[in-house]
Design a protein around this ligand. Structure first.
Ligand code: ARG
Length: 582
């Protein structure tokens, strides 16, 4: 779907032409309009080949029929049939110019709002509270946040839910450790956890070395699950304390997850019994090795044996899968979400596939629901292995993000006349932007190599390249004295102007591709294309030179202003700031 896109509009004209000429009906998408890579051609239409077969005619005949009826079009300037029946299309300058004029000051940069808004429930970030958040959760937070912004922008409702791991056996040990460290059951919390990881490790060490402690921890788990009030209060204290650590990271990252978006595993705990009872009542469960299981059709191991989703362990306890069944049931049913997205690493692909399959069997997800695991790869170090600190531990997010800001500070310091305060805020925008963009600009399903030099490079597909391009444009606009007025005519006469114009007009289709594929890298790639087209334009087409005629200067200023507008909007949809100066 090329919504709001010139290509789609062109597809509509081709469809109309074919209806008149050949009495066939196709959708604008089926017109197969693609941007052309050739000089002097704007778009290529590939409809003739696919349609010819369908209606039993020669491709060239189909192409000729379409072209003949396009002649008097206000959008198409000229056409040419190439090869077996490709149609090369050049758009009219005045049409392009008018379109650009209308876009000036349009806060949506031409991106339409959907006709039928849906309700998305999106699970992202979702760290485990017993441990500090690490780079593995970085991707989920960054990708989830960008998807939320994109999907919301096109007009859907999006409800984020942070599925934190806040329940289960580790909490017995953590609570006992807190008590040892001076917390009291009446809520007098005199001890603050400075570092969640080492707190967890200390508890773990005691658990392994001290049988008395291990006993207390086990009893504490039973109390917790039994709903003992004091234990719940201690647990809540621990959850609050660790949530503060996560909020620090969200704030640094500029991610909008709030406390009210917390829907941890504990939230679904009261629904687990009912969830399993319902599965059993529907005849979907079997007992296997003492555990209650569902065997969704189509899931087998290498030996061809059916794979179980264990919904109740043989000891009577519930695990991760049951919680996710309850989660999907809750969002689809109680919260009437139509689209369930889970931004979680690739290793959990099978887990989600089985959960969704069971939910469909149970009727909790129906054909009106879409459930999708938005998987992603790992972040690798330069050695090609999962990224580690020098000491060998997993990298902590706060440290990594602080380092990003520090390094960005050094990059910015080299080329700026800003004062210290402005520099700090720019360093933040550039550093955090670099980390986010490095993540978002690669195909999420693949691994990527984390490299400071690459992500902070002033050239190439990086955040700082786009941020810098934008500040250069803003400086041109400042030098021009005033921004181009609404309604200023645009004439993209030069090929470089035209290339930039077409790239700007394709922004809506980049947005729709990104939403459709849940693929923020489609936005990155497109913004990079725009910035590159701008620099080609700027090299060839002087804007402020004294011999540039006034109307040309104004027209070019519109192109510059639109470029800044689209870059800023695009970056904001990725959750990245665009500073005014660098
Ligand atoms: N806490 C889990 C982890 O760190 C991720 C949870 C993802 N969401 C879910 N609904 N299972 O691996």
């Amino acid at each position: 779907m090329l919504q709001g896109d010139v290509g789609l509009e062109l597809g509509g004209r081709i469809a109309a032409a074919l209806r008149t000429a050949l009495d066939v009906s196709i959708t604008p998408e089926e017109a197969l309009i693609r941007p052309s890579g050739r000089a002097g051609v704007d778009y290529q239409c590939n409809v003739a080949m696919s349609l010819a077969k369908r209606i039993g005619r020669k491709p060239r005949e189909v192409a000729e029929a379409a072209v003949e009826h396009l002649a008097a079009d206000d959008l198409v300037a000229s056409t040419e049939i190439a090869g077996p029946g490709f149609i090369n299309i050049v758009l009219r300058d005045d049409w392009l110019g008018d379109r650009l004029t209308t876009l000036l000051g349009d806060p949506r940069a031409g991106v339409p709002v959907v006709d039928a808004p849906r309700r998305f429930a999106i699970d992202y970030s979702s760290p485990n509270l017993a441990k500090e958040m690490h780079v593995g959760h970085l991707r989920s937070s960054i990708i989830g946040d960008a998807l939320l912004r994109l999907i919301e922008f096109i007009g859907h409702e999006v409800i984020p839910h942070n599925h934190v791991g806040d329940w289960g056996t580790p909490f017995g040990m953590l609570i006992e450790h807190l008590l040892d460290e001076g917390w009291t059951a009446d809520g007098a919390q005199t001890y603050a956890i400075a570092d969640l990881n080492s707190f967890y490790q200390q508890a773990r060490l005691k658990f392994d070395a001290d049988a008395g402690f291990a006993d207390r921890a086990r009893r504490r788990v039973v109390l917790l699950q039994g709903g003992d009030e004091q234990t719940l209060a201690l647990w809540q204290g621990f959850v609050d304390e660790s949530t503060r650590h996560f909020e620090e990271v969200y704030q640094l990252l500029g991610i909008s997850l709030r406390r009210e978006d917390l829907y941890g595993e504990s939230f679904y705990n009261p629904m687990l019994d009912e969830t399993v009872t319902e599965l059993t009542a529907k005849g979907l469960t079997e007992i296997s090795d003492g555990a209650v299981c569902v065997f969704p059709p189509g899931f087998t191991n290498r030996e061809g044996e059916r794979l179980p989703l264990i919904v109740r362990k043989s000891d009577g306890g519930y695990g991760y899968p049951t919680t996710d069944l309850a989660t999907a049931r809750y969002w689809a049913d109680d919260r009437a979400a139509t689209d369930l997205l889970y931004v979680v690493g690739n290793p959990q692909a099978q887990h989600f596939a089985m959960v969704f399959a069971v939910c469909r069997q149970a009727g909790w997800l129906t054909e009106k629901h879409r459930a999708e695991h938005v998987g992603f790869g790992s972040i690798l170090g330069s050695d090609g292995k999962t990224i580690r600190t020098r000491a060998g531990g997993s990298v902590k997010l706060v440290e990594l993000l602080n380092e990003a800001v520090e390094r960005a500070g050094a990059v910015v310091a080299e080329r700026t006349e800003l004062d210290a305060e402005a520099r700090a805020s720019v360093a933040h925008a550039v550093g955090i932007g670099a980390v986010k963009y490095a993540d978002l600009s690669s195909d999420r399903e693949k691994d990527y190599v984390f490299s400071w030099d690459k992500m902070l490079a002033m050239d190439g597909n990086t955040a700082v390249y786009l941020q810098y391009a934008n500040t250069r444009i803003l400086s041109i606009l400042r030098k021009a004295g005033s921004r181009p007025a609404p309604g200023t005519p645009v004439n993209p006469a030069d090929p470089a102007e035209r290339a930039l114009a077409l790239a700007l007009l394709r922004f809506p289709s980049a947005v729709s591709a990104a939403v459709e594929g849940l693929a923020p890298h489609r936005i990155c790639g497109h913004l990079y294309e725009i910035a590159t087209a701008f620099s080609g334009f700027y090299e060839r087409c002087p804007i402020l030179a004294t011999n540039t005629p006034e109307d040309v200067r104004q027209s070019r200023l519109v192109l510059a202003a639109l470029t800044s507008q689209v870059l800023t909007l695009g970056l904001s949809l990725l959750g990245i700031e665009a500073p005014e100066r660098l």
